[in-house]
Design a protein around this ligand. Sequence first.
Ligand SMILES: C[S@@+](CC[C@H](N)C(=O)[O-])C[C@H]1O[C@@H](n2cnc3c(N)ncnc32)[C@H](O)[C@@H]1O
Length: 225
Amino acid sequence: MELTPRLQAAADQVPQGARLADVGTDHGYLPVWLLLNGRVRRAIASDLRRGPLDTARENARFYGVTDRMDFRLCDGLTGIRPEEADAVTIAGMGGETIAAILAAAPWTKEDRTLVLQPMTSFPELRLWLQQNGYTIERETIAREADRLYTIWTVRGGEMPPLTPAELWAGRQSGDPLRRDYLDHMLRKVARALNGHRAAQSRNEAAITELEEVAAGLKTMREELP
Ligand SMILES: C[S@@+](CC[C@H](N)C(=O)[O-])C[C@H]1O[C@@H](n2cnc3c(N)ncnc32)[C@H](O)[C@@H]1O
């Protein structure tokens, strides 16, 4: 069984020997792969919807890992007890949903490893983590076709304040895809700026903030070797 680059990047950040909770598991490929490859001891696959959870169950059966897997139909981590998981993966969901799931489970700050792969709202999620006692320890980037994804290892702890550009693109790193990622973010910020500048009633504060983000992203890009 092979994972896509995005899910493989998430799998690579899960600590060896963990008891995993995979929230929003859908097909369940991430926990199944981690079990098959001896990377986790046990895994709970959870999903808000019955259909995806049934698919995860079928995939687990197909790959012969059901004896080390549990399935929970629940919202976020509400159906998982803190003592059941020392690592939590939340991949392929919007940043605001991820923040809501963590806010409802403050135990995730206590000696747990979280692997987060948000699809949207990156600045909002980084700011929420910073303001709510989490620190981003590592970020990697994965490419699938023409899309880039970031995958974060997060733990409870104090995070030094992030600049406006770092809220958008994370701290500078030597990831081989970093240059492409900064270009991608610069285009995204440029689109947001164009939208604000063309609006009938201009939000000057938002424009100033986005200009600062764009300047910070350009500096980060210039600083890359
Ligand atoms: C796009 S899929 C991502 C699947 C997989 N994690 C991945 O990255 O490939 C999102 C899944 O999250 C589930 N989901 C959405 N909101 C959720 C929540 N609050 N709690 C649990 N699962 C949720 C959806 O039902 C769906 O199966």
